[in-house]
Design a protein around this ligand. Structure first.
Ligand code: NDP
Length: 234
């Protein structure tokens, strides 16, 4: 059955791969983009997840064009790495506002219609770093760990209404976010991953579409790693 799907930050990287995977299986897909252009072939709405009004306007547009959002993928995210002693409060707050509060904003906006429809899937894109921590990533790791609390609380609040909320925790994925790493660091990373390689965005997308499927209807409040074994033991 075709569903209405909204992917935040779906104009590039992991979000784009997720949106394309849903589109390929016949769902009605909308993506939010903050800068640049909407990706070709997908319904795009401009949205900054740090702004509740912008989130509301994006949902209103999607609802008018494609119907209420039944599958929400909270994917938009940023990094702003530096060691804690150098990290400004502004740097900490900005990353939290995008990654954690931004996900809260879209989940809150989606929840009313999911409740009314008595069906919904929320998928939060976290990171292996949320549970393992990362040097220079106090802000990012805190934001990604916070998503676990968000998803599990939603699971407790809305679980009886056929609404699931899960967290996907990718390891190192080949996107713009990791492209900036020097080759030496990339080689080190590859060595630390049991699978011996980074993943493609499609490998994250496959898990996300599965979580939204009927087959995963009883999977909720889960944290699913897609990390080649990097985070084993959490
Ligand atoms: P990219 O940097 O390639 O893309 C980030 C996306 O988020 C872009 O679409 C960007 O929009 C959007 N975005 C950022 N800030 C906002 C905002 N305030 N409002 C709306 N959209 C915003 O990242 P990836 O594809 O690599 O990452 C996607 C998600 O996966 C992130 O949450 C990231 O933390 C997570 N992740 C990534 C990993 C990796 O190795 N790449 C590993 C683990 C987790 P715009 O194009 O306008 O900037």
């Amino acid at each position: 059955m075709a569903r209405t799907v909204l992917v935040t930050g779906g104009n590039r990287g992991i979000g784009l791969a997720i949106a394309q995977a849903f589109a390929k299986q016949g769902d009605r897909v909308a993506v939010t983009y903050r800068s640049g252009e909407a990706p070709e072939g997908l319904f795009g709405v401009r949205c900054d997840v740090t702004d509740a009004e912008s989130v509301d306007a994006a949902f209103t547009t999607v609802e008018a064009e494609l119907g209420p959002v039944e599958v929400l993928v909270a994917n938009a995210g940023i990094t702003d790495d530096t060691l804690i002693m150098r990290m400004s409060e502004e740097q900490f707050a900005r990353v939290l506002d995008t990654n954690l509060t931004g996900s809260f904003r879209v989940a809150k906006r989606a929840s009313t219609k999911m409740l009314r429809g008595r069906w919904g899937r929320m998928i939060f894109i976290s990171s292996v770093v949320g549970l393992s921590g990362g040097a220079g990533q106090v802000n990012y790791a805190a934001s990604k760990a916070g998503l676990v609390g968000v998803a599990r609380s939603i699971t407790r609040e809305l679980g009886t209404r056929n609404i699931t909320a899960n967290v996907v925790a990718p390891g190192f994925i080949d996107t713009d976010m990791t492209a900036g790493l020097p080759e030496e660091r990339r080689a080190e990373i590859r060595k630390s991953i049991p699978a011996g390689r980074m993943a493609t965005p499609d490998e994250v997308a496959g898990v996300v579409t599965w979580l939204a499927s009927d087959a995963a209807g009883y999977v909720t409040g889960a944290v699913i790693p897609v990390d080649g074994g990097l985070g084993m033991g959490h």
